[in-house]
Structure formats: C-alpha cells, structure tokens
Design a protein. Structure first.
Length: 154
C-alpha cells in the first residue's frame, strides 16, 4: 500500500485523519461558500432595506432666503463692531476665538459671499444650529459684516 499524501496525516503518533475521504473537503468548501454567500446576501439585503431614504428622513425645514445685503452695510464700522460682540459672545464657543481651533470646522471667510454667511447663520447647516430664533435680522447682518471684514481673522 502506498504512503498517503502528507496532508492526510497530522502526526505519525496519531491515527490518520482522512479529511479528503469521499469528497469531504469539497463538501466542506461548498458548505462554507454557501454560508458566506447567504450571509453576504443577507447583509446586502439588510443594508439596502434599512438605508434611510430621502422620503423616510425627516424633512428639512424650509430655508429663508437672504435679504438684500448692501455693500455699504458690510463696511459700516458700527455694524462690524456689533457683529464682533456677537461673535465673541456666542460664536467662539464652537468656532474658537479666532475661528479656529474649535469644535466647528475652520472658517474660510475670504472665500465667502455675504449671502452664504447669512444663510449659514440664519438657517443653520449640518451641526450648526439656526440662529434665526435667537438673533434679529440686523444682528445676523452685523455678524455677516464682521466675519467678512478685515477685523475678522481666522
């Protein structure tokens, strides 16, 4: 009788384990592949079935459009000063004293338009709350003027 292949015996001191006898390895591989395929299909179905859809998500409240923002308002030193006070009283809690480092993302005011800043402050965005219920329109405009001013430096 020829010697069995080396993968059949685990040791010379232990009786041989014939895992390949009568197609056991093929059945084992087929079973493992079937289990993995079923798990993969189940996970994919679960992920697709539980993914939030825009219709299922809570609807976003309507965003108020920005008012007309005259360029002269953005240069008014009294308005900028009022915005600076609001910034230091409220905004530094998240944005930091100089707009960074804080909990909120670093601001890039040199790339912003006044309407963009007004919208984010008034309506909020992602983790930033809407301040329209806290500040009056002239206070939000003052904050816009300060953030876009040369006095503001992130």
């Amino acid at each position: 009788m020829p010697n069995p292949p080396p993968f059949v015996r685990l040791s010379t001191d232990v009786p041989s384990i014939e895992i390949f006898k009568e197609g056991a390895l093929i059945r084992s591989i087929a079973f493992t592949l079937a289990v993995l395929a079923a798990l993969g299909a189940g996970l994919a179905e679960r992920a697709v079935g539980q993914a939030p859809t825009p219709a299922a998500a809570e609807p976003e409240p309507p965003r108020d459009p920005p008012p007309a923002i005259p360029p002269s308002l953005l240069k008014d030193t009294a308005v900028i000063s009022q915005g600076e006070k609001i910034w230091h009283d409220q905004c530094t809690h998240c944005h930091g004293a100089r707009a960074y480092p804080g909990k909120a993302p670093k601001l890039q005011p040199r790339t912003y338009k006044p309407e963009f800043v007004w919208d984010r402050v008034h309506n909020g965005f992602r983790g930033m709350p809407a301040w329209k219920e806290v500040y009056k329109d002239d206070e939000v405009l003052a904050l816009v003027a300060y953030v876009l001013s040369d006095d503001f430096f992130p």
